[in-house]
Design a protein around this ligand. Sequence first.
Ligand code: PGA
Length: 253
Amino acid sequence: MRKKIVAGNWKMYLNAEEAQTLVSELTSRCRNIIPASVEVILAPSFVHLCSIHQQIQNEPGFFLCAQNLHEAIQGAYTGEVSASMLKSVGCTHVIIGHSERRQYFGEKDALLANKTNQALNHNLIPIFCIGETLETREAGDTFSLIKNQLTEELFHLSAEEIKLVIIAYEPVWAIGTGKTASPEQAQEVHAFIRELLSEKYGADLSNNISLLYGGSVNPGNAQALFACKDIDGALVGGASLKATDFTEIIKAR
Ligand code: PGA
């Protein structure tokens, strides 16, 4: 059975007080309404991880996620954060390969593969993001790009390892733009991802991996996206910063 997941990526938003207010609104709105089958994952900035952990540790269904990690175990890497540090403050998940990391910080195949290894070695579940730019989509290269990202960045993993990974399909042109992929567009790519997983690891394993859609998910479009056969949940940016909107998305799942 694949997990149903709604994850909120707060990016570089919210100060300490705002973050705590958001979490208390969210937990009080969601208490008793989150179906046991849905996991809610919050990805605040590193600096808020400890305090948010305190707030959610006794809330069933809530999990703590980092937005990034360093690929080394430890070392003289000023300003960086390791997998074991994340684990030690209560993180269960970590986002890897977000398009903003790829675009602004030059993160590429080998590095992302190493970050994934490091996360898994420390029992952190990667939420691994892939997706095409508008240019790639318009050139008709979406499927070859997706195949390439999966092959170069994730397919070195063993079956035992990849079954722990959550994959998020996030078309870059839909992130923060208010332009969502249509349910048909999203489903088409999700089905393709599942097919590639099936070819490499077998149908059983493929059918058990949660695939999230990300890119301008909001209370108005969540239901139609979640109705698609291969969409198991969402990675939400902007709308995860508002307790009301994020709760509506969770309810839609
Ligand atoms: P968005 O961001 O929902 O604001 O488009 C999604 C993401 O970056 O994960």
